[in-house]
Design a protein around this ligand. Structure first.
Ligand code: GZL
Length: 333
């Protein structure tokens, strides 16, 4: 990616080396001390804070960011926060100290970001939100949010389930990470849709933290509860929790996809395989492969172009009626 752009910050560590080179006219450029001076001319440095590796979706998202940065010759400083907000804040502060050209991150939860984003703004470093949004009082603290519409994903899941269940279901809900934008908005969108169906009720709801292990553990508890025998539908905020619940349902001697109809969100490979196996009924796509859109937005901004505050990703719905081996084989994640 060429960084000859309006917003490029002159990086002090390159200047001394260029002066040295000029002073040693006609001789090889002496190796400069700082790592940054090894950057190619025009190369930009992006500090990226990723949430962690909690799900198949996240793994695919990380791969997309890393491969696109490599393809464009971006100097990517990648940090894995192991699911902790304090690690993301620490990483962002490190990026500020390193005077990176751009900061991008996927915020694990919506709140608690205003102070560190104000520090980035004071340092003159543009910030891009990827995948998830933040709750701040000043939207000048970030350039743009590149990600999916989680409310629409929840609405699509509710719409599909209402049709499949003919408007009557006792629903168990596995929520995503507490306080995260996808968990808040997927719940909001789903509940808004089923509000028009009085015989579709959520009788159990708890966070499975977007992981397969926790999804299995929580659903085992659902099945052991007094209402367990009434559950005939599961709405999981991501495929990994649904896949964990499928294990729990089978271990309880029930048939997932038949005794309990399951709709989840993400569209990862294992979910498509579970649909083929008749154990999952529908997955609402949430595309993790946003690396190209992220670096397109960064490149346009650095070239001085105006960007919308929100860059949305187009997605579909894949259920038992359309998923075939051929469809599965074409999936990129
Ligand atoms: C959605 C993303 C969510 C996925 C989960 O954009 O933030 O986080 O749905 C992932 O699989 O853990």
């Amino acid at each position: 990616m060429n960084a000859n752009h309006a917003h490029r910050k002159t990086n002090g560590s390159i200047l001394p080396c260029l002066l040295t080179a000029l002073a040693l006219t006609g001789t090889l450029l002496v190796g400069c001390s700082s790592k940054q001076s090894e950057k190619q001319e025009g190369q930009i440095t992006v500090g990226f804070s990723q949430i962690g590796a909690e799900s198949g979706w996240r793994t695919a998202n990380t791969q997309s960011i890393k491969s696109e940065a490599e393809k464009r010759g971006v100097d990517l400083r990648f940090s894995d926060a192991q699911g902790k907000q304090e690690n993301q804040i620490r990483a962002i502060r490190t990026f500020i100290q390193q005077k990176v050209d751009v900061i991008a991150f996927s915020p694990v939860v919506e709140t608690g970001w205003q102070p560190v984003l104000e520090e980035a703004k004071r340092a003159g470093i543009p910030v891009f939100l990827t995948d998830r949004a933040v709750d701040v009082t000043d939207d000048s603290l970030y350039v743009s949010f590149i990600g999916s519409d989680f409310i629409e994903e929840g609405r699509r899941a509710g719409e599909w389930l209402a049709k499949k269940m003919d408007g009557k279901a006792k629903i168990a809900e596995l929520q995503g990470t507490t306080g995260s934008a996808p968990a808040i908005d997927r719940k909001k969108g789903f509940e808004a849709f089923i509000a028009d169906y009085p015989e579709m009720t959520i009788i159990k709801s708890q966070s499975g933290d977007f992981t397969r292990a926790k999804g299995k553990e929580v659903f085992e508890a659902f099945l052991r509860s007094p209402e367990g025998s009434e559950i005939n539908a599961l709405y999981a905020h991501n495929d990994d929790m649904a896949l964990g619940a499928i294990q729990a349902i089978e271990e309880a001697g029930k048939k997932p996809g038949t005794d309990i109809v399951i709709v989840s969100i993400d569209g990862v490979h294992d979910a498509f395989q579970a649909i083929l196996d008749g154990k999952l009924n529908c997955t609402v796509e949430c595309n993790p492969l946003i690396g190209p859109q992220v670096f397109d937005a960064v490149e346009k901004y650095l070239a001085g172009e105006e960007l919308p505050k929100r860059i949305q990703i187009e997605e579909g719905v894949f259920d038992e009626n359309i998923v075939t081996q051929e469809v599965l084989d074409k999936r990129q994640y």
